[in-house]
Design a protein around this ligand. Structure first.
Ligand code: PBG
Length: 324
């Protein structure tokens, strides 16, 4: 027996009814806002392909952090631009580099924001790859020491969470050991566990000036066709000591997000990446999409698929819309 007894539309009649039965909550506290810090003073340069997102010096960055805190956003994740790049990416772990100074500045200001840092070398290496390069190959094991140094320097600056995004094997374990040996047992690791080799990082590479100078990242980032492999990556990262795991990008991988959510008990994050942001912004600028509705639908979809929290460049706009 179905219709006319059953009428699902009964529960859609008013906003109060719809709110009562809504299955997936969305709140500013679910968002982590990615930010780019660069050297210098009083610098704020908008990234052409990411309207509203800027490279900024630590002083201007701190101003924006106050705004992010006011909006009730859970935290930020930091990316840095070095003064100069080299073969090893040595500015990645320099105590006085922009990320380290930015972390210390937010902590000193006493802002109620979680501070996560992206741990990777590609922004800092002259070749633009995420690890040590020899004869045009990205070497795994020698990269672990450099990544550990980087994570440790972020912890020393005061980071709450370090988030390795390089996709070298064994990096979570190496970072955990180095943090623990240096007394940072309470700094959490958010592993970019299922990070795919994606075209959707394009605008980010403009923002972070981190495009590989030869080849691509297919020998370390995951093949977009693989879902089971994501579960393997997640399991290995958890065995190595990850506290939280992440799927990235979000939209083409919602099935992976759902599978990961079902497989683990730890918190799961999703990275709504630069290209996903730019597509919405470009369509909205042309009047082809209603930006607010599109963004809310995307973020709700990512939560519905299983993300506990979302790294998103839409965080500030979405937080404002949620507060309306
Ligand atoms: C660094 C890193 C990248 C992103 C996050 N960390 C770029 C890449 O792997 O090429 C992408 C984020 C985005 O596109 O928003 N490895």
């Amino acid at each position: 027996m179905s219709f006319p007894i059953h009428r699902p539309r009964r529960l859609r009649r008013s906003e109060s009814l719809r709110a009562l039965v809504r299955e997936t909550p969305l709140a500013a506290g679910d968002f982590i806002y990615p930010m780019f810090v660069c050297p210098g003073k009083n610098v704020r340069t908008e990234i052409a392909s990411m309207p509203g997102v800027c490279q900024q010096s630590v002083d201007r960055f701190l101003e924006e952090c106050r705004e992010v805190e006011q909006l009730g956003i859970a935290g930020i994740i930091l990316f840095g631009l070095p003064e100069k790049k080299d073969e090893q990416g040595s500015e990645a772990w320099a105590a006085g580099a922009p990320v380290q100074r930015a972390v210390a500045a937010v902590k000193k200001a006493g802002l109620n924001l979680l501070v996560a840092t992206d741990v990777c070398l590609c922004e800092y290496t002259s070749h633009g790859h995420c690890g040590v390069v020899e004869n045009d190959r990205v070497l795994n094991d020698p990269s672990l020491e450099l990544l550990s140094r980087t994570a440790l320097s972020h912890a020393r600056a005061g980071a709450d969470i370090v988030a390795p995004s390089d996709m070298m094997d064994g990096r979570v374990g190496a970072i955990r050991r180095s943090l623990d040996q240096n007394g940072f047992t309470d700094v959490a690791i958010l592993a970019y566990s299922a990070k795919y080799c994606s075209a959707f990082y394009g605008p980010f590479r403009e923002a972070a000036e981190s495009a590989p100078q030869f080849g691509d990242r297919r020998s370390y980032q995951m093949d977009p066709a693989n879902a089971r492999e994501a579960l393997r990556e997640v399991r290995l990262d958890l065995e190595e000591g990850a506290d939280m795991v992440m799927v990235k990008p979000a939209l083409p991988y919602l099935d992976v997000l759902r599978a990961v959510r079902r497989a683990v008990t730890v918190p799961v994050g999703a990275y709504n990446v630069s290209g996903e942001y730019s597509m919405v912004k470009a369509a909205a600028a042309n009047g082809w999409l209603d930006e607010k509705r599109a963004v809310m639908e995307i973020l709700t979809g990512i939560r519905r698929a299983g993300a506990d929290f979302i790294l998103t460049y839409h965080a500030k706009d979405a937080a404002r819309w949620l507060a309306e």
